[in-house]
Each structure stands twice: as C-alpha cells, then as structure tokens.
Design a protein around this ligand. Sequence first.
Ligand SMILES: C[S@@+](CC[C@H](N)C(=O)[O-])C[C@H]1O[C@@H](n2cnc3c(N)ncnc32)[C@H](O)[C@@H]1O
Length: 204
Amino acid sequence: MGNGGYDDGYAACPCFWGREPGSLVARFLARVPDVAGWDVLDAGCGEGKNAHAFMMRGARVTAVDTSALALLNAREAWPSSTVEWVHADVRRLALPPASFDLVVAYGLLHCLACRGEVEALVARFQAVTRAGGRHVICAFNERRQELIAHPGFEPCLIPHNAYLDLYRDWDIEEASDEDLHETHPHNRIAHVHSLTRLTARRPA
Ligand SMILES: C[S@@+](CC[C@H](N)C(=O)[O-])C[C@H]1O[C@@H](n2cnc3c(N)ncnc32)[C@H](O)[C@@H]1O
C-alpha cells in the first residue's frame, strides 16, 4: 500500500500523473540539459514521469515508491525503460553516502508523518548527494490546502520558509510558493494546493 492515499487513483487510472515531467523538472532540464551519466534518485516516483524524463537524457535513474500500483503503471507505460524501479519505503532504503548527482522528491515530503520526518529525510537526501549535486523538491506547504479531492489524507504541512531553511547551506537556484490548481482523473474534483517548488545545489 502506498503512502499519501494515491492508490485509489493509481488503480482507477493507469496514467494518474500524466506522462510529461513536472513543471519544475521541465525547467530544470531546460537549464541543465546535459544530465547524461548522472546518478539520479527519484524518491516517491509515482508512475515515473520525472524518472523517465531523466532516463531519456542519459541519466542512470533509481526510482522508488511505496505503491506497487504506481510502479505497475510505470512499468506498463515504459516497458523498455532502463529506470530501476524499486518498491520500497525510501525512509528505510539503504543508500550509500554521496552516491547521487540529483535527488528528485516530487510530491513525496508532504506524504510523511510529521515535520521531524521531513527534516530527517531531507538530511538523508543531502547526505547521499555528491558535492555540486542538486535537489529538485516539490511539496505541499502549510499556506493553503483544499483536501476535498483527497479524502482521508492528512498531509504533513510545514511553512514554505521551513523548506528554504533546510537548504540554508546550499545554493538555492529556484524557489517559489504558488497555488497549484488541479483536478485528478479519478474523481474530477477541482481543488487547490499551495506548493513549494525548490531547486538547490550542494556547494562543490
Ligand atoms: C504526489 S505523488 C507524486 C508522484 C510522482 N513523483 C509525480 O510527480 O508524478 C507522491 C508519491 O510518493 C509516494 N510515497 C509516499 N511516501 C513514500 C515513501 N515513504 N517512500 C516512497 N514513496 C512514497 C506515494 O506512493 C506517491 O506515489
């Protein structure tokens, strides 16, 4: 069972999040097009739209999700992909220090239980990132949430500035706190999430 209450969506729709990379990933790849040979961790990969985009640019991608349904959809979407799909809770996955050039956590962190877990996992992601490596982070924050489309889901909501503070020793390349208006394909309920988007680079 996945965390975050997304399994209903994954069961109802084989393409819940779409096939195109998220907007922050698309901007990252426009700015840093050459990621060939990079080691990329996509934590909470869902159906792999971001993992696939990095793989197509020549990166070695490890994509992790707790949802078996999400990974089933990913494997069916891209049957010949070289992405390594891992069914695991990323909080408990053994990851060698300084082993990734890029960690993507797109929609993962607000699925955790509490702020302490967010801080601990970001610290782990920082420890597994090589000097000069990057993070691409996208997470609900505490400013504005309409959760009507996510019954039973109680996301962990922390302030946008708390996310920035986790990266105070890194170079923040892009950061925003904006409203995301969305409608999911399985229930068609329009709703809004305030979203922290952040790209940061570990000092070389
Ligand atoms: C909002 S979805 C985003 C999926 C994908 N990153 C995307 O942008 O399309 C968050 C994903 O994180 C996964 N997830 C939540 N907690 C997790 C954990 N502890 N370890 C691994 N995956 C987790 C959920 O199953 C879900 O697929």
